[in-house]
Design a protein around this ligand. Structure first.
Ligand code: FES
Length: 675
């Protein structure tokens, strides 16, 4: 009778008896234990490392010892010499079972590794990419065997990996003979699992392959190069969207197309060219070849989505805002003129509606409201706010035209977030004196060393998060009334309140030596009120449709959401009342969604399914939108209450300016009423 030994794998806990001499990898496979391998057990890829346990394992009733494995083989020695191997680890394809064992499979050796995300309230990403690589040894041709090289590759895949029915396209075939001969009949192939096509071939063992997740924003483009086997982000890079020269916002880009026949082609070329440049620079920074990039995923709003795909976005410029398609798209990279691996692939996440794009699909995928009982509110704030509300029962989405004020545009001292921009601000309610911080320095303006810190940048303006804090602090300090009017009567008390025609401004920073002064004007406050009212009205509309008074959690996505202090966002009434502990920045959630779709094939199916059941609400045709909008012009809101917020911030009494003769605004006279 053959002698057997008991083997238990951790962390899975799977166990079984195996004949002495069975390779650990074989035992693992037969128990369904997840151990990685690219080389198919040849001892060259090093993906299958495991750690034998040493000692008594009472829980498993086993005494395990590294000695219960066969001696280190020559293959392992060769691997260790070339690549190094941590003490105590063995290659499971080489080590054979010689006695009872507990074998730990470390995370880096698991096929379905998890990319652990920093935030506790989101799920981790399981690595299960739709494209995988396989190392094969291919039979050499000879005069007696007339089979083609491709047919022998098919045979090798079947014999060595049990992979059948694969095909490939001409471009991959064109490089096949060279790769086989260069690799001395050993090659690595990349298989796209869903259509079972071989999309690239390299001579020898290809150890690392990559994908790029791209968030194609209206203003900026962010791309992350990820190792497809570990999920690790190797390089992140961003550029300005080159389409800015065709129009700052999306609708002006659609108008450009309408006014200039062929303009859509120019814009498509601009964005596709810039993607190629970006991919090139990322590859260079990572020290890899473009051809090492096998796939890319993209999220973007509907207009960017259409333009990137070379589809005329004119229909998105007016009601009923019809999309060319909602579904996700699986393409060859060459279809969008992207220069990556031979038959590299591109996946575009699905769009939800004419104003709610693949970027929102990315946010949903990343934040997972469709998996929770509690009601989540997701707001991705840019020039358009895209809003999703709901839980696993029901999801609603809409977009609301917030305009560019939150990005610091159309604000008199506004600027993009860059060194020198004011990003934080506090106002002393007694003296009305401000103190602030600028990007590039950790110090507040009244701290020692601030002047030295900002010597090279100076104070150049105020960015989106800065203007939110400025307006909110002005409100809390009583400078701004409930209706948004800057209280001109305070000019008598503080030289910071300065007349500006018929209205008043608040001076934050008096420019010296040619520096600009930084002020918040009445028009600035109005621009912020309009933007925040649009956002809130969209949210309120969805809450009404959902028949709820309260949301359980709020996730603010996008660059804006990452930088604003959520307390101030609530003081201004951008978002509804909620336990502040449950209001979080989701960072670049759209980009994270693209990364999930890159690294996990099930994530693609998941988001395609979820968007089918998202109910789209068109704010433009909802009569209640206007009413909510007008109410939301007040600070924080004319009709809504904020009980959660009031537990941490004392909101001022409700005060509004009386219209002066001739409708003059300025709040020189005011009446009070209790709120
Ligand atoms: Fe590649 Fe063991 S499977 S080294």
């Amino acid at each position: 009778m053959t002698k057997e030994a008991l083997i238990v794998f951790t962390p899975s806990g799977r166990r079984g008896h195996f004949p002495i001499g069975t390779p650990v990898l074989t035992a693992a496979r037969s128990l369904g234990v997840d151990i990685d391998s690219v080389c198919g057990g040849r001892g060259i890829c090093g993906r299958c490392k495991v750690q034998p346990g040493d000692g008594e394992f009472a829980k498993h009733k086993i005494t395990s010892s590294p000695e219960h494995l066969s001696d280190v083989t020559k293959v392992e020695d060769r691997y260790a010499e070339k690549k190094g191997i941590k003490a105590g680890l063995r290659l499971s394809c080489q080590a054979q079972i010689e006695g009872d064992l507990v074998v730990d499979v470390p995370p880096e050796s698991q096929v379905h590794k998890q990319v652990v995300r920093k935030r506790a309230d989101v799920r981790d990403i399981e690595i299960d990419p739709p494209i995988r690589t396989y190392f094969i040894e291919v039979e050499e041709p000879d005069m007696h065997n007339p089979k083609g090289d491709w047919e022998r590759i098919q045979e090798a895949l079947e014999a060595q990996w049990d992979i059948r029915d694969v095909s490939c396209d001409l471009r991959t075939l064109q490089g096949l003979q060279v790769a086989l001969r260069k690799g001395n009949w050993q090659v690595t192939v990349a298989l796209s699992e869903h259509d079972r096509k071989i999309i690239s071939i390299w001579p020898g063992l290809k150890e690392k392959v990559y994908g790029v997740a791209v968030d194609l924003g209206s203003t900026t483009v962010a791309a992350h190069l990820c190792d497809l086997s570990t999920g690790e982000v190797t390089v992140s890079s961003g550029i300005m969207n080159p389409q800015i020269r065709f129009g700052e916002d999306l609708m002006s880009r659609v108008s450009y197309v309408m006014m200039n026949p062929g303009g859509d082609k120019d814009m498509t070329a601009a964005v596709q060219d810039s993607m190629n440049e970006l991919f090139g620079s990322i590859a260079e920074e990572a020290g890899i070849e473009r051809s090492d990039i096998l796939s890319a995923t993209f999220v973007g709003n509907p207009v960017m989505h259409h333009l990137f795909l070379g589809i005329d976005p004119t229909e998105l410029g007016g009601a009923p805002f019809a999309l060319t398609l909602n579904s996700g798209l699986d393409l060859y990279a060459r279809d969008v003129n992207l220069d990556i691996a031979t038959d590299g692939r591109v996946y575009i996440l699905p769009c939800i509606a004419g104003h709610v794009g693949a970027d929102t699909a990315g946010v949903i995928l990343s934040e997972g409201p469709h998996m929770l009982d509690e009601i989540s509110l997701l707001c991705d704030v840019g020039t358009n706010a895209e809003i999703v509300l709901g839980n696993k029962e029901r999801l609603l989405a809409c977009s609301s035209p917030t305009g560019p004020a939150f990005e610091g545009a159309q604000i008199s001292s506004g600027q993009r977030a860059a060194p020198g921009a004011i990003e934080r601000l506090r106002i002393d309610p007694e003296t009305l004196q401000p103190r602030f911080r600028v990007i590039g320095s950790e110090k507040w303006s009244d701290e020692d060393g601030f002047g030295d810190d900002i010597k090279s940048t100076g104070v150049t303006g105020i960015c989106g998060s800065g203007i939110i804090e400025a307006v909110a602090e002005m409100f809390l300090a009583g400078i701004i009334l409930t209706d948004g009017t800057i209280d001109g009567s305070l000019a008598a008390k503080s030289e910071r309140i300065i007349p500006n025609g018929k209205t008043f401004s608040y001076l934050i920073h008096d420019g010296v030596e040619g520096e600009p002064s930084v002020t918040v004007t009445q028009n600035d406050v109005r621009a912020i009120q309009l933007a925040k009212a649009a956002l809130y009205a969209g949210v309120k509309l969805l809450m009404e449709k959902m028949e709820i008074e309260q949301v359980d959690r709020i996730q603010l996505a996008g660059a804006f959401g990452s930088h604003i202090d959520v307390k101030y966002a609530m003081v201004l009434g951008l978002i509804p009342d909620c336990n502040l502990e449950r209001v979080k920045s989701a960072g670049n959630a759209a980009g994270t969604g693209a990364r999930m779709a890159l690294l996990n094939k099930k994530a693609r199916a998941e988001i395609e399914g979820v968007i089918q059941r998202v109910e789209k609400i068109e704010t433009a045709v909802e009569p209640k939108f206007q009413e909510h909008f007008i109410n939301a012009m007040g600070l924080p809101n004319t009709v809504e209450s904020f009980p959660n917020l009031e537990t941490v911030v004392k909101l001022p009494e409700k005060r509004v300016a009386e219209p002066a003769e001739g409708g003059e605004e300025g709040g020189r006279r005011r009446r009070r009423r209790r709120g």
